[in-house]
Structure formats: structure tokens, C-alpha cells
Design a protein around this ligand. Sequence first.
Ligand SMILES: NC(=O)c1ccc[n+]([C@@H]2O[C@H](COP(=O)([O-])OP(=O)(O)OC[C@H]3O[C@@H](n4cnc5c(N)ncnc54)[C@H](O)[C@@H]3O)[C@@H](O)[C@H]2O)c1
Length: 383
Amino acid sequence: MKVSVIGAGTMGAGIAQIAATKGHNVCLYDSFDGAIDNAKNKLNKILNRLVEKERITDEQSRDILGRINFTEELDAIKESNIVIEAIVEDLEIKKNVFSKIENIVNDKCIIASNTSSLSIASIASACKNTERVIGIHFFNPAPLMPLVEIIPAVQTSENTIKNARAIIDSWQKTTVITKDTPGFIVNRVARPFYGEAIRIYEEGIADFATIDWAIRNIGGFRMGPFELMDYIGNDINYTVTETVFAAFYYDQRYKPSFTQKRMKEAGFFGRKSGRGYYDYSLENKPKANEDRELGKKILWRVLSMLINEAVDALFLNIANKEDIDLAMTKGVNYPKGLLAWADEIGVENVLKQLEDLQEEYGEDRYRPSPLLKRMVKENKTFY
Ligand SMILES: NC(=O)c1ccc[n+]([C@@H]2O[C@H](COP(=O)([O-])OP(=O)(O)OC[C@H]3O[C@@H](n4cnc5c(N)ncnc54)[C@H](O)[C@@H]3O)[C@@H](O)[C@H]2O)c1
């Protein structure tokens, strides 16, 4: 099989590495000066490290690199079975590239986008044969993160869905099918992890270190929200929030925060800029207030908001319950699936917390999903 990847940046290089490791012939294309050399050097380093760690042999490393054709000629994607686009997140630029791709590949070739936030239907509209266009959304770093969201557009054929999923499954990834709606599963359901944590800080309930401690040590999440935002980058994370908010016709549930906006404006992006919510030039991290009662309150508020998002995604048929839970455990390393977690806590307790918050604040942000109310009324569990 021949796999082509368009855009040799963070995601494109990672996807090319996966495909070449699985034994496919890969064509990695980029149009920008130096991008291809950068990708080649980066992949070389990554593979050398894998050899040092004895995960692969020297010969395997050479074979993997040997299977990748690094190119600045788009014509090299000819005869591909699948093309995965991972260029800049800009609809007009993506559409332009999609129509060029379509003119080069044969009729059977699947054309996929790795977009995080654009609608697959709008990208597909640039093609004549829209049935073969689909979203295939990897997570960063692509070779390490098991989850891949498969996003059929309204135009996508059943055959394309089946074949695209089979290819990604054969790469030993965990695939979930999601509707073509803003943020798909993960970037939609995860919004309160950041938003509600920031809100708790803005209200002066606790500082960054304490909120991170509560979510990490009491909740069992691998990272606290502020550590994670600093890791992702406040520029990127804020933009995703703003995009999702606008795409949902300004639903208050997804409202971005001034706190993070100021971080972005100040250039406090996080780890990559040396400063974000934390100052990375300091030797010691600020100390958390390890008050368990306070910690439980913080966790409970963030968790009930996350569960509400997961329930609402199920209510609106964004994906099935198994896929919603898999997406959060395999895509962002949550310690448990949110719907399974709701069963464990009791859906009536989650509903009560949301109703209390909505009553106290009078904000639509806290409105419980109709499905949550229905489940409590009917005394049901998710599993
Ligand atoms: N970074 C992430 O965490 C992440 C996760 C999932 C999905 N995505 C999505 O993947 C895509 C790429 O993101 P990234 O982080 O790898 O970006 P990046 O900036 O690291 O890489 C983009 C690459 O595309 C190239 N490029 C830009 N315009 C091009 C064009 N017209 N033709 C050919 N090459 C072009 C650039 O030279 C660059 O090498 C975006 O759609 C993004 O939303 C990113």
C-alpha cells in the first residue's frame, strides 16, 4: 500500500513514521522551504533514540527511513491508496490543496484530513468526488497516542468509512467514529477540563498549583489542567476553545476565559516559551494547598462538568457510549471513561451538583444534559 502525507510538520512527520513502521511505502510532501529537511532530521533523531532504547534494530530504523520518500513534488503522491493531509489549520488553504490532490490521485484513493477543528464537509466540498473524503484525526504525538477519531462527512460513502477505518485499525490504533461536529469527541468533551479549572481559579477558590494537585492526586488524572495547558501551549489551547465556542453558535458552555486570553496575548504560552501559568525558570514549583476537602470540591466541580459534556455528546449522537469513553481514556489519558465514572458516582449525584451550580450562578454554562435528567428519572445507568 502507498500512503501519502501532505505537510511534514509535527503531525505529518508522526503519521509518516507510523505508516512506514507498518511497512507501507510513504510519500511525505511539504511545500515550504526547509520543512522536508527538518522532518528528515527529526525522524532520524526519533528513530536513533528508538534504536538506543532497543525498541527497534538499526536495520529496522534504516528500513523505515528507506520507505519514506521525502519530497517537495506533489506529483509524487500519484498511485497512493490513501492521502492524509496535515498542513496548516486554514480552511481555504486546505480546500485548495484538496482539489490539487484530487487531480493527481486515482479514483479509488481515499483523501483524509487530520484537521482538529474544521468541518470535514467543508473541506470535502473542494473535491469533485466528495464520497472519498473523510476526517482521520490523530493525537499528538501521533506514534504514541493510541486514539484516532474517524470523521465521516455528510458526503462520505460507507465504503470510504469502512476502508479508512480498516487501514487505521491495521496500524494498531484505537479508532472511534464521530460525527462531523466541532471538536469531534475529544476536543468537545474535554473543554471543561480547562474552562472549569480556570473558572475556579478566577473565582479565587484556589491557585493553579492547588487545582492541579486536586485533579492529579485526588482525581487520578495524569496532569492537572494548568500543567496540561502549559504543555499544549496556551496559544493553541485558547484558539481551540475560541474556535469550538464560535462553531457552537456561542453556546455559553464553551465560553473562553480572559485569564487564558491574557496568557496568550502576553506570550505566556507555557513550557515552550518558558512561562505560562507556571514560571519554568524557577527551580521550585509553587506549593499546593493540600487541603483534601477543598481538593475534593475542586475535582467534583470539574468532573461533573466533564461528565455532563460526555452525556450530552451521547444525547446528541456524536458517538456511541463505548467510543465516547474510549476517546477520553485513549486520546487524553483520562483515568476512566466519563460515562463509566458517572455510573460509579451515581448519575443522580452528578445531576444534583450541576443543578446546584446552575441555581447558584444562574448561568446556562451549568445546564444539565436532558439525557442526564432522563436517566435519573428512569433510574438508569450507562452500562
Ligand atoms: N499539533 C497538534 O497537537 C495536532 C493534533 C491533531 C491534529 N492537528 C492538526 O494537524 C494539522 C497540522 O498540524 P501540525 O501541528 O502538524 O502543524 P505544523 O505547523 O507543525 O505543520 C504543518 C506543516 O504543513 C506545511 N504546510 C503548510 N501549508 C502547506 C501547503 N499549502 N502545502 C504543503 N505543506 C504545507 C508546513 O510547512 C508545515 O511543515 C492541522 O490541521 C492541525 O489542526 C494538530
